[in-house]
Design a protein around this ligand. Structure first.
Ligand code: GUN
Ligand code: ZN
Length: 435
């Protein structure tokens, strides 16, 4: 038994989905809140005076007016792209060929892969992200590097070997058979090991032959406990390329469905330019979509209809898409989601933005019974937000008439300075220096 700890502050609590019911019924902030944690789990969430009385032996951490949130969940990242974030001037296909593939080649060196995995996780944690679902590279050791680095920090993570057997340079290509074999061996080693979840990961249809997609579809059928992650309908030129490569397919989604790669544990990144049939099929099958708003504007992809899709029975999460995305911060990502919704003519409420980055993203990864919500029995991964972290934010928050208005400047202008503490599995995280 560990020492119980009682965290006092304002608490962000979600009970429902603020895209499918009025946000006031789904989400609330308790200005006199508290979270009791013990043995890595949340034991109670409630009024601070009551929890103090109920747990007089607990060690108290008083965060004053700061906001205690579930740790942020980033539902789509590429940790190998950490060192090429903010690379200038290209759209998707040119960006992959110019910046991404040469960098991913460098992870052929296991020491470099380990260095980048550690650097990425330190950056993510410094921005309040406690769980992420990451792509890796074609190299099996890049999966080991990521899960080893996450285990060293006690983090719950999702990742899988990125499979590509065509339209990628020599050195980054596997085959249908080796993708199957390597992924299978990695599943045997990592799935359910500690806090790791494995995601079978064909990068996207243009870089996999139909044979490779089929092999990975068979592997998923053998391991339905795994997630399956890939990209869908990010840019018009990419969609036209998919149409040329798969002339039999009804649409982009069908290139996955025809090979056994559509189901409730599928996670599709971007999903911007969808046909009505694709939306209906995604809703029917229970697959999840991930909104990557900084990436979608940075590499010029378009404006996802996040509110429209989330209002249907489609799980939707939020993500940085590092390094196509231009930030490691889920706060900055919420701001970009707000701005993109504005360009589509609607305003997302701060309750909806925070939900997307916590419960919504956890749901998209099927981790919602463990993380993403302040609830008894959930794992104690927490991010504490300082709502006055810079002079610009503090002066605006000081004028706020309610807590949501006080939170919104941190969503719009906050980054790593807004993160005052991170707790992982009930332990306060102490940043280590890494390369
Ligand atoms: N589509 C296929 N690969 C990638 C990638 O690495 N980043 C983004 N944003 N889109 C992709
Ligand atoms: Zn991506």
């Amino acid at each position: 038994m560990s020492t119980p700890r009682l965290l006092l502050g304002q608490t962000f609590e979600a009970r429902g989905n603020p895209f499918r019911q009025p946000w006031r019924e789904a989400v609330r902030i308790d200005s006199a809140g508290a979270v009791l944690i013990e043995d890595g789990l949340i034991r109670a969430v409630g009024n601070r005076d009551r929890l103090r009385r109920d747990a007089p032996q607990a060690e108290v951490h008083d965060y004053g007016p700061q906001l205690i949130c579930p740790g942020f969940v980033d539902a789509h990242v590429h940790y190998p792209q950490t060192a090429i974030i903010a690379s200038w001037g290209k759209q998707l296909i040119d960006w992959l060929n110019t910046y991404t593939f040469p960098e991913e080649m460098r992870l052929e060196d296991p020491d470099y892969a380990a260095r980048i995995a550690n650097r990425y996780l330190d950056l993510a944690l410094s921005h309040g992200t406690t769980t992420m679902c990451s792509y890796t590279t074609v190299h099996a050791h890049s999966v080991d590097a990521f899960f080893d680095a996450a285990a060293a920090r006690g983090m719950r993570t999702v990742a899988g070997k990125t499979c590509m057997d065509r339209n990628a340079p020599e050195g980054l290509r596997d085959t249908a058979q080796s993708a199957y074999d390597d992924s299978k061996a990695l599943i045997a080693h990592w799935q359910g090991q500690g806090r790791a979840t494995y995601a079978i990961t064909p990068r996207f249809s243009p870089t996999s032959t139909p044979e490779q997609l089929s092999a990975l579809g068979s592997l998923w059928a053998e391991h339905p406990e795994c997630l399956m992650q890939t990209h869908l309908s990010e840019q018009p030129a990419e969609i036209a390329w998919v149409r040329a490569l798969f002339p039999q397919a009804r649409d982009y989604l069908d290139t996955y469905e025809a090979h056994g790669l559509l189901g409730p544990r599928a996670v599709f990144g971007h999903a911007i330019h969808l046909e009505p049939r694709e939306i209906d099929r995604i809703a029917e099958t229970g697959a999840a979509l991930v909104h990557c708003p900084t990436s979608n504007s940075f590499i010029g992809s378009g404006l996802m209809d996040v509110a429209g899709l989330a209002a249907r029975c489609i799980p939707v999460g939020l993500a940085t898409d590092t390094g196509g995305g231009s930030s490691f911060s889920m706060l900055r990502t919420m701001a970009a989601a707000y701005e993109i919704a504005q360009l589509r003519g609607s305003a997302l409420h701060p309750a909806q933005l925070m939900w997307l980055a916590t419960s919504g993203a956890a749901r998209s990864l099927h981790l919602h019974d463990r993380i993403g919500t302040l609830a008894p029995g959930h794992e104690a991964d927490l991010t504490i937000l300082d709502l006055a972290s810079t002079p610009a934010i503090a002066q605006r928050a000081a004028e706020a008439k309610d807590i949501w208005e006080a939170l919104f400047p941190t969503i719009m202008m906050g980054e790593d300075r807004a993160i005052s503490d991170v707790w992982i599995g009930g332990q306060k995280h102490r940043p280590a220096s890494s390369g």
